[in-house]
Write a protein that binds this ligand. Structure first.
Ligand SMILES: *[C@@H]1O[C@H](CO)[C@@H](O)[C@H](O)[C@H]1NC(C)=O
Ligand SMILES: *[C@@H]1O[C@H](CO)[C@@H](O)[C@H](O)[C@H]1NC(C)=O
Ligand SMILES: *[C@@H]1O[C@H](CO)[C@@H](O)[C@H](O)[C@H]1NC(C)=O
Length: 421
């Protein structure tokens, strides 16, 4: 063997050693060879199709009023051209007018809120809903809005001017009314590729930047390479809510956490200081603590073998010492490998899985969390899944049941299926 070819072999070995974990991970999480095992539902288990819920990406259960809040695109075709969350950056299509919907989990009816004092495009993504501390019958709703960048022109030769200039909208809503009032917009240079929001109060919120790169080859590297831990979570402090001059006024922002791969969804967890973060492509869920200085630190990880999108935490109102069904729920696409093609095709399907995890019998390792697949589909009952929540049903004969509401970033309707816990 010549010197040259052994050097080549050495380089090849380094390349394989670097890429192999990425390939193994992609096969596991991306599911190119997966055959979806469709969940069989009994006659009373649904699916119930919720009308008027087109492309509702994020979903929250506001427990004090037993209402679901969702951020929807409302039109079937706009998202295939413009949706920075999927790298779709055709600015000509960037005029979507999405909305916030409220779904009553008892009647399975969706109400589209009229947005007052708010004009212009609304390209929805993640939301959070928290109580108005001044009025228990009202909520504040934070919502990502992926606006096009007014400084961008597709013909200009300035690659450092991105196509999107995403911001966050804050609305105020009196529960059971049909409107939401726009309070202010929130924009800061640290908020670049916002995905999901965790609000601690009307003045303090966290936002994930799901990617460092908005497009191109390096975004692809970020999508497939587990060491591409380039995304971060930003904390925003709002000094004023009302009467601000513009979206950038009266606020400060700082990096709360960095070093996770593709941090995506954020959710409320078991206490006021615990936040749940997901790595979508990493297939992992992180439990983090929120500190007084607004930074976060991760204290536990739950590993799933699927894409984990927006997490939610289910509190079992019928918990007993013997059986507490409280746990984390995560929804995701099970064959994300094909998403770069299917995500641009109005007629394609994305298969889904919804997982549930509750504390297991062991104190560490695999036994620490007991994980169960709650629902699986090939995309025909629900196309794509990005968020899911459980709404409890009164137990019968000691059986714990709940309605599982599942929504997707490309689903034409949200669905509800009944599951046993
Ligand atoms: C499919 O799911 C059913 C019921 O959930 C299970 O019993 C069965 O083993 C699964 N099949 C495969 C091939 O995983
Ligand atoms: C939730 O899911 C979508 C779908 O992938 C993801 O892009 C978004 O990224 C997550 N966040 C929210 C809040 O929906
Ligand atoms: C913030 O507080 C945490 C917990 O007290 C501490 O570990 C961390 O170093 C602090 N970070 C900064 C930037 O002050």
């Amino acid at each position: 063997m010549g010197l040259l070819s052994s050097a080549f072999l050495g380089l090849f070995a380094i390349l394989v050693a670097t890429l192999a974990p990425a390939v193994v991970h992609m096969i596991k999480i991306g599911g190119p060879f997966l055959t979806p095992n469709l969940t069989v539902l009994g006659a009373s288990q649904g699916p119930i199709v919720i009308e008027d819920t087109i492309h509702c990406e994020d979903l929250h259960h506001y427990r004090p009023a037993n209402l679901l809040f969702a951020a929807c695109e409302d039109l079937k075709d706009t998202r295939f051209g413009w949706f920075p969350g999927l790298g779709h950056l055709d600015t000509k299509a960037a005029a979507g007018r999405g909305s916030i919907h409220v779904v009553d989990p008892k009647t399975f009816k969706s109400t589209h809120l009229e947005l007052e004092n708010f004009n212009g495009p609304f390209v929805t993504h993640g939301i959070d809903v928290i109580e108005d501390p001044q009025n228990p019958s009202a909520v504040y709703i934070f919502a990502v809005n992926h606006l096009p960048n007014p400084d961008f022109t597709s013909t200009s030769n300035t690659p450092d001017i991105p196509a999107a200039r995403s911001q966050i909208e804050l609305f105020h809503h009196i529960l059971h009314s049909s409107t939401a009032q726009h309070v202010r917009s929130i924009r800061h240079p640290l908020i670049q590729t916002p995905n999901d929001i965790y609000a601690h109060s009307p003045n303090s919120l966290y936002v994930t930047n799901d990617h460092f790169y908005r497009s191109g080859f390096l975004r692809l590297v970020e999508d497939v390479w587990p060491s591409a831990k380039w995304s971060n979570i930003i904390h925003v402090q709002l000094h004023e809510l009302e009467n601000v001059a513009d979206a950038t006024s009266s606020l400060t922002a700082s990096v709360a956490y960095s070093g996770l791969w593709n941090n995506n969804g954020l959710g409320h967890a078991r206490s006021d200081v615990e936040i749940v973060i997901t790595s979508a492509i990493g297939g992992e869920l992180y439990l983090a603590t929120r500190h007084e200085n607004n930074t976060l630190s991760v204290h536990d990880t739950i590993v799933f073998n699927t894409v984990t999108d927006n997490p939610s935490y289910y509190v079992d109102p019928y918990a007993s010492a013997k059986h507490d069904a409280s746990g984390f729920v995560v929804a995701g696409v099970s064959q994300g490998f094909y998403l770069p093609q299917t995500g641009r095709d109005p007629d394609a399907l994305e298969a889904v899985q919804v997982w549930y995890a509750k504390p297991g019998s062991g104190s560490g390792g695999e036994e620490a969390w007991e994980k169960r697949l709650l629902f699986e589909d090939d995309g025909k009952r629900i196309r794509s899944a990005s968020a899911a929540v459980l709404v409890p049903v009164e137990p019968e004969d000691g059986m714990k049941k709940a309605w599982l509401f599942v929504t997707g970033f490309l689903s034409e309707n949200m669905i509800a299926v009944q599951v046993e816990l």
